[in-house]
Design a protein. Structure first.
Length: 293
């Protein structure tokens, strides 16, 4: 089976404040093992023999004033190694007009999308955005809508409590494809938490311009759990359809608790009840279409 990894990172530790200096709380727990460089050669060694043919780099939270530098570095790596094949960069969607920033990024031929993490949670350890309602911010809506003029997607990252507003954002930007990160980041595994997540996912799935990324499923449980993965795949595919789902490794974050082969294998098993065409969509065709690979 051919595979596209639609969500991975490489990095140089010196470029990332959260990997230098004092440890900072992260939603994926202790991360001493990845407080180091994770170069492209290690990523390629990790995926060797897996069937992964292409990949999409997603911004790794360099200082916000260095977004162009991050994209330039990834472009250099692509010229040197042939990987990655797509780039999701950072741009601030909360400013009055994001077009100058987008104009600076569009010189990179592998640019396919923008991610600004909008997720906010009552638990401060899970909080990234400064406030919970950025999806409703007029500037955010105006700037995200402008991505259509550049042919770019928006990688959307929200928690269940923000999904109603995120669905409204998607509805207000019908010409933009939204890629829901980590299938909505289910963090509350109680029956009530699952119900709230499912209700929010239903609202997002009702927007035909939203697709779901099947990635990061170990984020809150800190393990590679095939049953957990299978449940999330089943629920998400049931809502969105396989043609609107795509797979990503979230490496090297998931490397904290598993290997690349084991992670991809767990997702393949989790999708084992689906048809061959559905699996082809999840692991290759949707990402190829959405990220124009």
């Amino acid at each position: 089976m051919k595979v596209i990894d639609s969500h991975f990172h490489v990095w140089r530790q010196a470029d990332l404040p959260w990997l230098t200096g004092p440890m900072q709380p992260r939603i994926f727990g202790p991360y001493e093992a990845i407080r180091r460089d994770y170069p492209m050669r290690e990523y390629l060694a990790d995926l060797a023999g897996s069937g992964v043919e292409k990949s999409v780099y997603v911004q790794a939270n360099w200082p916000v004033d260095r977004a162009v530098e991050e994209a330039a570095w990834i472009e250099t790596l692509a010229l040197e190694t042939g990987w990655p094949h797509g780039l999701v960069a950072y741009a601030d969607m909360t400013v009055d007009d994001a077009r100058p920033a987008l104009d600076r990024l569009t010189r990179f031929p592998r640019l396919r999308g923008i991610r600004q993490q909008l997720h906010w949670h009552e638990n401060a350890l899970y909080r990234f955005a400064p406030r919970p309602d950025l999806c409703a911010d007029p500037a955010v809506r105006r700037n995200v809508a402008r991505l259509a003029d550049y042919g770019l997607v928006f990688d959307l990252q929200v928690f269940a409590g923000q999904m109603a507003s995120a669905a409204d954002l998607a509805e207000s930007c019908p010409r933009v494809t939204f890629v829901l990160q980590h299938a909505g980041m289910l963090e509350d595994l109680t029956p009530a938490g699952r119900a709230a997540w499912r209700a929010g996912m239903t609202l997002l799935a009702a927007q035909s311009n939203v697709v779901a990324k099947l990635s990061g499923f170990g984020t809150f449980i800190h393990r590679n759990d095939a049953d957990h993965i299978g449940w999330l795949i089943g629920e998400t595919v049931g809502l969105f359809g396989a043609e609107r789902c795509l797979w990503g490794s979230n490496f090297p974050i998931e490397k904290l608790w598993t290997s690349y082969d084991a992670l991809l294998g767990a997702h393949r098993r989790g999708a084992g009840g689906l048809s061959e065409a559905e699996c082809d969509a999840i692991f290759f065709n949707t990402a190829r279409r959405v990220y124009r690979l």
